[in-house]
Design a protein around this ligand. Structure first.
Ligand code: MG
Ligand code: MG
Length: 270
């Protein structure tokens, strides 16, 4: 069941998406060599609670094994759903941070892959290509297009660069639930799949591996890593399907004001 949102609801979702974006910027201040990933989780949880919101991931999932943290922190060959912990960030690491919040009953969900210090140029290329593919996907999120148009745009952009597009995990509708219909794969055929309509709100989130698209799950039941050990990137925005041009509710601008590293090339032209 796809829920189309009213303008009032979209306004609430904009507030949620903005708060997650600001939470990321707060976390970005601590992405440094020697910082334990558990510290990032604490920073995020405190910030979210100070702003009268709730972490959306903590407790999410099956009752037998709910996700235990505020952030998913996935370092290097970890794709998504990594656990914060004792690991101390090392110069040259890439760190995918995924954050979800619930503010006034509406969810925001934003992911960004950070660099600790500097990374090698090939890895930087993976990050910029993944971020670019996110915007290629968003460009397709207009009334009258289909879900397949989004996935096709992401897939083409990343596969042309020789990267693997993760199949096992996908984007999703977003609203009063963290995951709503429809699913938004990062691969697919143009013109196929559900028709997009104005007022649909989607979390579009390419997960792109430097090597093969294949992934595996670790024993904790959550952490997804690349099967071949190659590094992986993840960027996610919350968007509204509109006539003519999609609207992006979240932003990476606050993050990149802190990191001074521009992965989001779209920021150079507004
Ligand atoms: Mg997310
Ligand atoms: Mg998501």
């Amino acid at each position: 069941m796809v829920y189309l949102k009213s303008e009032q609801e979209i306004e609430l979702m904009r507030k949620s998406a903005q708060l997650v974006s600001l939470t990321h910027a707060e976390v970005a201040k601590y992405i440094k060599h020697g910082v334990a990933t558990s510290k990032l989780d604490l920073v995020a949880e405190e910030f979210i609670k100070q702003h009268n919101a709730k972490p959306a991931f903590k407790g999410y999932g099956p009752r037998s094994n709910p996700f235990p943290y505020t952030l998913c922190i996935s370092v290097n060959d970890s794709v998504v759903h990594g656990f914060p912990g004792n690991y101390e960030l090392q110069h040259g690491d890439i760190v995918s941070v995924d954050c979800g919040i619930n503010l006034n009953g509406y969810f925001g969900d934003v992911a960004y892959t950070y660099i600790v210090g500097e990374c090698d140029p090939e890895t930087f290329k993976l990050l910029t290509t993944t971020a670019e593919s996110l915007y290629r996907g968003i460009e397709q999120a207009v009334h009258g297009n289909t879900i397949g148009d989004i996935g096709n745009a992401v897939q083409k952009h990343c596969e042309n660069a020789g990267y693997g597009v993760v199949r096992d995990l996908v984007g999703h509708g977003l609203g009063k639930s963290l995951h709503e219909d429809p699913s938004v794969p990062n691969f697919g055929r143009a013109g196929r799949g559900k028709r997009l309509r104005s007022g649909m709100t989607l979390a579009i989130e390419p997960m792109i591996n430097k090597g093969s698209w294949k992934v595996k799950t670790l024993k904790d039941g959550w952490t997804i890593v690349t099967a071949d050990g190659s590094v992986s990137a993840h960027y996610e925005h919350d968007v509204v399907v509109r006539e003519g041009e999609a609207e992006i509710l979240s932003t990476f601008q606050y993050i990149e004001e802190i990191t001074k590293i521009q992965i989001d090339q779209s920021l150079t032209h507004g």
